[in-house]
Ligand binder design. Sequence first.
Ligand code: C2E
Ligand code: MG
Ligand code: MG
Ligand code: MG
Length: 292
Amino acid sequence: HVKWRGKNGFQYYDPSMNSMFHKKLSLENELRRAIEKRQIVLYYQPKIHLDGHCVIGLEALARWHHPELGLVSPLEFIPLAEETGLIHALGEMLLEEACVQMRQWQDAGLNNFSLAINISPQLVEEDAFVSRILTPIRHHQLSEDLFEIEITENLLMRDVESSISKLKELGSHGIKIALDDFGTCYSSLAYLRRFPIHSVKIDKSFVSDISSTSENASIISAIAGIANGFKLDLIAEGVETIPQMHTLQSLGCTKMQGFLFSKPLPAKEMTQVLHNPSLLFQDVPAPPQMLP
Ligand code: C2E
Ligand code: MG
Ligand code: MG
Ligand code: MG
């Protein structure tokens, strides 16, 4: 065994590190090629409102159509893209794709919903972040208020002042900001107050066992209270069952997203859903009728 100096003195060299390194390097090269060849595309998942059974927005979610591996999850390649800096090229390509798609939907008269894009913290830290977001939107003659960006709590701790001012600038142009996976990170309520946030998304981990532990229901109810107090919009993600839907509703959350309504779909299938949103509510009991 070859010895090398680790952080804490001498450690044994592990031959498997070498192959891990090569595996990662080849994946990085594949990812670079996939971006060039546009093998990474967007799927769309509807965000619904129980009142009126309507679609209020879509979330764009990246999918890698790998020639050998099939569909690769963003949980695999987004972290790699972030580590390697490829996230900048990937983010730019996906935003362009989102704008082209949104233009098509607008032209087809499908214009009463917003589109949410997930944004990595690295992109927000770029100097040109604001114009990188606004330029493609304007280029496709889309209204800024059709767009929302989803950021995660870990952004809140990085480069705070400059992130706040960039997000405020986007907000002043009508772009909405959502705090994704809310409650999963260290969250400081003081940051929440300072950041120009329009909505919070309850993380799916709280929704998935909402009824098995009463703690999760308490967390959701606390998040609903925070959203209410800060005058923020509230939406739950990862809703898979009707009991989860009912519990959320009873806790004051009526906007949601999840497999109960729809999985993320390719653009073509999402177009059909947008033409006929009742497809999403086939398994869901009708909302209560208003009495005259
Ligand atoms: P996220 O933004 O929190 O997205 C929600 C994830 O939950 C998505 O996973 C979605 O497919 C999944 N999901 C939705 N409904 C349900 C449900 O009812 N049950 C369950 N079990 N899961 C549900 P996905 O598409 O694999 O994306 C994972 C994460 O990857 C996203 O989490 C987001 O953080 C990141 N991501 C995806 N696309 C992009 C992108 O274009 N850019 C960046 N920076 N990150 C992205
Ligand atoms: Mg998201
Ligand atoms: Mg989330
Ligand atoms: Mg997430």
